[in-house]
Design a protein around this ligand. Structure first.
Ligand code: ZN
Length: 427
């Protein structure tokens, strides 16, 4: 990997943040024009292929749903004043709401209103994908200020046969073996959940395009759940190529990193991410797989059991702004986005450069002094790293295994191995 040999390039946090800012206003859902608009913006940065899968397509136990689109929605009081307006915030509409236009008393309207009493200023994000319904999400303050009168409610939406859209970007490496990076593109105006994962994936893809890689990389920009089920169903022949995988989500908040391991628990990707987070030296959490969360649920279903983990900062449900209007452009921070992208690049660096060597002088230690190796390798840590690499390079241990055993940074182990290879002590 040529660029990686030099230095990890830094895309500024500001660029990442601006990308999120552009995507933020779009009303996305699991299908519809909001997803298409989002994919079109991603396509300006990386040449993704956009797939359109027809409604009714059978994908394992699921069916591609009808396509949902929305143009406008509001609640008007008796004076004709809009007391709730979709144009102010797209979270106001229960996502996937059926079209409706009628007059209702407050009593009739109330079962269709959702709020969060604990955070009276925030608007919740709610969906009704596989259960036909309509509703409005409003702040609790708005809810309690509604008077006992007749309201005109309008949701100008459509739910018709159409398509499920998703984006795919494939970067060909030397090998057919693949690294899968997947993110969901189905949430409306939520910045951390959804947009941070999309942005990090798009920038990582862009960076990989400029490098020569050993592995091939596949990026999926898909609606949550139904998107990964659809991709897996249509690509069963490709699934065995996936050697490493990550779901990227929740990567812009100020919390520490959390890595949710693959279902296998001991896959190479699990070891790699654990090592990268440990080497950063900051607090972080490594958690075991559980069958709830994002698309790792599908990739790690027992029939596939792919080595796919999930990298996030604060997990879903563990920050108070989750799935509310407070998951906005103030919650995500440019420096945290940048740190997340750098972490992903460090993970890719290990995936690309981890190898198994064989010591060419395995009978006792080779004499390093007479080869001038002490001079070419400076410092006590590097000397120690050299002894570790020579001792452990029996064809079974990878450089990462040696870094883990020796507690020496992977970057040092990698450099030392390269030197020993140049001196023909490793192959
Ligand atoms: Zn979510």
């Amino acid at each position: 990997m040529e660029v990686l040999e030099n230095k990890i390039e830094i895309d500024t946090g500001q660029e990442l943040y601006e990308f999120i800012t552009r995507l933020f206003p779009i009303c996305r859902s699991i299908t519809g024009d909001g997803v298409r608009e989002t994919l079109a913006i991603i396509k300006e940065r990386i040449p993704i292929k956009i797939h359109e899968i027809p409604t009714g397509t059978q994908v394992f136990d699921w069916t591609v749903p009808k396509e949902w689109n929305i143009r406008d929605a509001y609640i008007k009081d008796e004076t004709g004043k809009k007391v709730v307006d979709f144009k102010n915030c797209n979270l106001h509409v229960l996502n996937y709401s059926l079209p409706v236009h009628k007059k209702l008393s407050l009593e009739e309207l109330t079962p269709h209103l959702f709020s969060i009493p604990e955070h009276p200023e925030w608007i919740p994000y709610k969906t009704s994908y596989y259960n036909e319904n309509w509703g409005f999400c409003i702040s609790h303050n708005q809810l309690t200020s509604l008077k006992n009168e007749v309201y005109e409610v309008c949701i100008d939406s459509s739910l018709n046969d159409g398509h499920l859209s998703f984006g795919e970007y494939y970067v060909k490496g030397e090998l057919e073996d693949e690294v899968l990076i997947s993110c969901h593109v189905c949430h409306p105006s939520l910045a951390n959940d959804n947009l941070s994962g999309i942005t990090i994936a798009a920038f990582l893809a862009d960076w990989l395009t400029k490098t020569k890689t050993k592995y091939s990389y596949r990026f999926l920009f898909i609606p949550g759940t139904i998107g990964s089920i659809t991709w897996l169903s249509l690509n069963q022949d490709k699934v065995s190529r996936v050697k490493y995988g990550l779901v990227t989500t929740l990567l812009g908040d100020p919390g520490n990193f959390t890595y949710k391991k693959s279902r296998r628990g001991d896959a190479e990707i699990d070891k790699i991410v654990t090592n990268v987070l440990q080497e950063r030296g900051h607090d972080h959490k490594i958690i075991d797989f559980f069958p709830y969360g994002y698309d790792e649920r599908q990739y790690c279903s027992p029939g596939f059991n792919l080595p796919v983990g999930c990298l996030m900062r604060t997990p879903h449900g563990q920050y108070k702004e989750y799935h509310t209007s407070a998951d906005n452009l103030e919650l995500v921070k440019p420096d945290k986005l940048e740190e997340s992208l750098t972490t992903l690049k460090n993970i890719v660096d290990i995936i690309e450069s981890n190898k198994r060597y064989i010591n060419q002088k395995p009978f006792c230690e080779p004499q390093l002094g007479k080869r001038g190796l002490y001079k070419s390798i400076n410092g006590k840590q590097n000397e120690l790293a050299m002894l570790w690499v020579l001792n452990q390079s029996d064809g079974n241990n990878s450089l990462l295994d040696i870094a883990i055993k020796s507690k020496i940074p992977f970057s040092v182990i990698k450099e030392v191995a390269k030197t020993l290879e140049n001196f023909e002590l490793l192959k």
